[in-house]
Design a protein around this ligand. Structure first.
Ligand code: KIV
Ligand code: ZN
Length: 434
């Protein structure tokens, strides 16, 4: 593991400088699209360990980040943004540690458009099999005037200089005009053009404050692509990065994909600044279940979505809400009698994907006051009791009375309402008990 003290050690720095001198500016620009994947492939850039981790209740130790990085590798994400090297010694250590243990995804560090940030990112990434520096600089007048206090011309100069410096240190550089969705369009286009000329091969256009709408965000991708011919000519990857302040992060990300984005930045369980980032599991499941609308491929192993969500839930201070799509406890639970009946007849009646698809072991018919006889009979069957019509009817009345008093009905409650003679007739259960 990289320790905090060697982050700034002279030997460490000298070794890096040597390596940089040897390789100099010879890094070949290698846009992701030109590697092995077809043009309709969407790359998943996971920022759980950076944008996610920097939100309240989500901070992780290096060891915890490593645990999560393994889960992300199993999930099949293409790029892991492991941290922001300049932000803290902990971030630096986590990035460096992850580069030595995780080999399938490319590892990225965030950097402001500053020499010291970019050099620190390169240092943290020096042992990565495949590294990326992700440089960002605000493009909205609001941010330039109030936050950075620089002019548009200065921002354009900084864009070119910082991307060129990053390209001299690693062979894969991403540039993000921060607050892209609130930026004046001509200026945004100019900044993107300069970043590409300077060597960036991925251009990420973030909806930093979760302000945009699907139609508007999609239009921005279309326009930038049309006005910067180098994007298609050089196989530059356009990327979405959405925050969820209006609850539109996933919808906006999908709109970007429909308008040419081939990288999507997202987090497990949608954690992130304020209302969070776009939820990886929702995007991945939508691209699969509604493949008829999107026609893209991904490298995501869908059956690892739920396991990855569970790993994260154990590392941070909160879990997804029970009704969270794909990974919430109730995402595959059916309580109402009509739904339970339909589910038992044919799961397609009420399920658009199987729980197994996303790695959930089984669906859950939650027994409560809305449940019907079919679900009750099914649960008794699973518990090893076969009921006649009359026995079911009798037991059902007792069940309804109990469900009126008790919010959750557990298996032992069910066994408790059975008449003695039925309880004695128990055979081996047909499935594993909860
Ligand atoms: O939301 C944002 O704009 C970001 C950038 C640093 C990419 O997280
Ligand atoms: Zn963000």
């Amino acid at each position: 593991m990289i320790t905090l003290s060697n982050r700034f050690s002279k030997n460490y720095k000298f070794a890096l400088c040597e390596k940089m001198r040897e390789t100099g500016n010879n890094h070949k620009r290698r846009p992701l699209a030109e590697t092995t994947k077809p043009a309709n492939h969407v790359y998943f850039f996971d920022t759980t360990l950076r944008d996610g981790e920097q939100s309240p209740g989500c901070s992780m130790t290096t060891q915890e980040k490593l645990t999560m990085a393994h889960a992300l590798e199993d999930l099949g994400v293409d790029i892991v943004e492991a941290g922001f090297a300049m932000a803290s010694e902990g971030d630096f250590a986590a990035i460096a540690t992850i580069t030595q243990a995780i080999h399938k995804p490319r590892i990225a560090s965030l950097a402001r458009a500053k020499k010291e940030d970019i050099e620190m990112a390169a240092r943290a990434l020096q042992f990565a099999d495949r590294a990326r520096i992700h440089v960002f600089l605000a493009s909205s007048d609001l941010h330039l005037e109030y936050k950075l206090k620089i002019s548009r011309a200065e921002a354009l100069d900084l864009t070119g200089e910082s991307v060129r410096l990053a390209c001299s240190l690693v062979d894969d550089v991403e540039f993000s005009p921060e607050d892209a969705t609130r930026s004046e369009r001509n200026f945004l286009v100019e900044m993107v053009r300069i970043a590409i000329e300077a060597g960036a091969t991925t251009i990420n256009m973030p909806d930093t404050v979760g302000y945009t709408t699907p139609e508007e965000y999609g239009q921005m991708f279309r326009e930038v692509r049309e006005r910067v011919p180098a994007i298609d000519a050089q196989g530059i990857i356009l990327s979405s990065h959405c925050h969820d302040d209006l609850g539109l992060a996933v919808a906006n990300s999908l709109a970007a994909i429909q308008n040419g984005a081939r990288q999507v930045e997202c987090t497990i369980n949608g954690i992130g600044e304020r209302a969070g980032n776009a939820a990886l599991e929702e995007i991945a499941a939508t691209l699969y279940v509604r493949g008829d609308r999107f026609g893209v491929t991904t490298g995501i192993n869908l059956n690892q979505l739920y396991p990855a969500s569970q790993v994260l839930g154990q590392l941070i201070t909160f879990r997804p809400s029970p009704n969270k799509a794909i990974v919430g406890d109730n995402a595959f639970a059916h309580e109402s009698g009509i739904h339970q009946h339909g589910m038992l007849a044919n799961p397609l009646c009420y399920e658009i994907m199987t729980p197994a698809l996303v790695g959930v072991a089984h669906n859950h018919l939650v027994l409560g006051k809305h449940s019907g006889r079919a679900a009750l009979r099914n649960r008794f069957e699973q518990l090893g009791y076969t009921l006649t019509r009359d026995e079911l009817q009798h037991t059902y009345y007792r069940f309804v009375a109990l469900a009126d008093r008790k919010k959750n009905i557990y298996d032992y409650d069910l066994v408790g309402i059975l008449p003695d003679q039925i309880r004695e007739k128990r055979r081996e259960p047909v499935s594993e008990l909860d």
